[in-house]
Write a protein that binds this ligand. Structure first.
Ligand code: PXG
Length: 453
């Protein structure tokens, strides 16, 4: 039992000295498996993590899709340090501080169209639930309080709060948690390997899947009961599902025809991942509400934001008496000074280093490197857009996910961090990645795919 297969694996199995692993109940992690063979990171710089046993790990996943500008960037570090020493906290209810207004202004300047009003929170999950409540409030203040239903999508991930779990569509994340919210419908996923396997960029087939909104959901529920549709422009967590050409445009048109708000969850697709500021910009489809987090602070301080278009903001704010709270919602740490400082420095860095443009210019090389793995054994799909890509593997009989875990471990042992979800390997490096580092990620993955059975 537990014989390390090779000397590299033995290092990963070394006991974590000086820290007990018992107390922290880790999120989305098989706790017993992890604690038997922990993988502990102690520092990070640029494209690399350093592990507790002193190894350098090339970060092929931007941490968890969030460190878009690379690790421990000096201007962000300095901004956080300064904020911590200057204004550690300021109440966001009935009080404010300049940093949060500055961060909102910089974010507004980066979002397309009239997505101009920024509500801050602390995570993607909170930003999603904020968006859902915003949509419900929008209809209610306009005399359409009968619009209470929400539409998500199969395989969608919208965080882990009750609202986000309810509109989310990853079965394993929902089924253990009872009724969640009533009045939720799900569109079909656009994942269609039979028609679209090995697509480069947006797949060609599947725009008609958006018609289900009108032909099934609106037809059976009636548009007058539906508040909002929420989708990720590119689904991340479920394994990088890219929208077919024309699909998002169709969703937008159907929502417009029926007075339904469209929410884009851009927690992963935001801040350059697709080679543009946001998916809304890349696909030229403007949602009514845009949700972001992660890259907003380069992952350095927790922060999420829900950005509303002018009509949403003005309807809710305009409906209340002048001295009344218009939207009874918010968090103790909404617009926290450290997060706001990190967001300002991050958004400035994205601009000064032209990182979104950099992502766009690296995308063809990234695409070629990933698709070179198409012929490896058990690879059933390779897909990519911008600086995000996925390799889908045929699952092992009776052990779904096990093969991708072995590929993940093989890469980790050889100094490359990728992400796996089910039997999909996801790659999403920081936008500062060098083309040689893209090659190293792809080569390491290629070796893993040749070795792992
Ligand atoms: N929406 C989307 C689209 C996300 O990807 C959230 C909301 C929730 O964000 P917070 O900050 O509450 O975690 C996410 C988060 C993965 C993975 O499986 C993806 C996420 C988080 C953790 C792991 O790769 N996305």
């Amino acid at each position: 039992m537990n014989q390390p297969p090779d000397p590299l694996a033995a290092r990963a199995l070394a006991p974590a000295d000086a820290v007990s692993l018992d107390a922290w109940w880790m999120p989305f992690t098989p706790n017993r498996q992890f604690k038997a063979a922990p993988r502990l990171l102690v520092s990070a710089q640029g494209m690399y993590f350093t592990t507790q046993d002193g190894r350098q790990i090339l970060d092929g996943q931007s941490g968890l899709w969030c460190v878009n500008a690379g690790h421990c960037r000096e201007p962000i570090v300095a901004a956080i340090q300064h904020a911590a020493a200057t204004l550690d906290y300021a109440p966001p209810f009935q009080m404010g501080h300049p940093g949060a207004f500055a961060a909102a202004d910089k974010l507004r300047a980066m979002t397309p169209g009239d997505l101009d009003h920024v509500f801050f929170c602390n995570s993607g999950s909170e930003a999603v639930d904020t968006a859902l409540k915003m949509a419900l409030a929008f209809h209610r203040v306009r005399g359409e309080g009968h619009r209470t239903k929400l539409v998500g999508r199969h395989r969608g991930y919208h965080g882990v709060n009750i609202g986000g779990t309810a509109v989310g569509g990853i079965p394993g994340n929902r089924k253990g948690f009872g009724t969640l919210m009533s009045g939720v419908e799900h569109l079909a996923s656009t994942h269609d390997p039979a028609r679209n396997a090995f697509s480069r960029g947006q797949p060609k087939a599947g725009a008609e899947l958006a018609d289900e909104l009108e032909q099934r959901i609106i037809a059976t529920e009636d548009a007058s009961t539906i508040a909002a549709v929420i989708v990720e422009p590119v689904s991340g967590s479920t394994g990088v599902v890219i929208p077919p050409v024309g699909y998002l445009e169709k969703l937008r048109a159907i929502c417009d025809r029926h007075g339904i708000l469209l929410i884009f969850d851009e927690v992963i697709t935001g801040f350059g991942r697709l080679g543009a500021s946001f998916g809304a910009e890349r696909f030229k489809v403007l949602p009514d509400i845009l949700v972001c987090a992660k890259g907003l602070t380069n992952g350095a301080v927790p922060m999420g934001a829900t950005v509303a278009r002018k009509h949403v903001y003005e309807a809710i704010v305009g409906a209340a008496a002048a001295n009344a709270i218009e939207f009874p919602h918010g968090y103790t740490y909404s617009g926290h000074p450290l997060a706001a400082a990190a967001a300002c420095a991050t958004l400035d860095l994205f601009k000064s280093e032209k990182l979104f443009e950099r992502a766009a210019s690296l995308a063809p090389h990234f695409e070629t490197a990933l698709h070179a793995l198409s012929g490896k054994p058990r690879v059933i799909d390779v897909r990519n857009i911008g600086l995000v890509g996925a390799i889908e593997l045929e699952p092992r009989p009776v052990a779904p996910g096990a093969r991708a875990f072995d590929v993940f471990m093989h890469c980790y042992e050889r100094g490359v961090l990728v992400r796996f979800t089910g039997d999909v390997i996801a790659v999403a490096p920081p936008l500062i990645v060098a083309s040689g580092e893209i090659d190293r990620i792809a080569t390491t993955l290629g070796e893993a795919l040749s070795v792992v059975k």
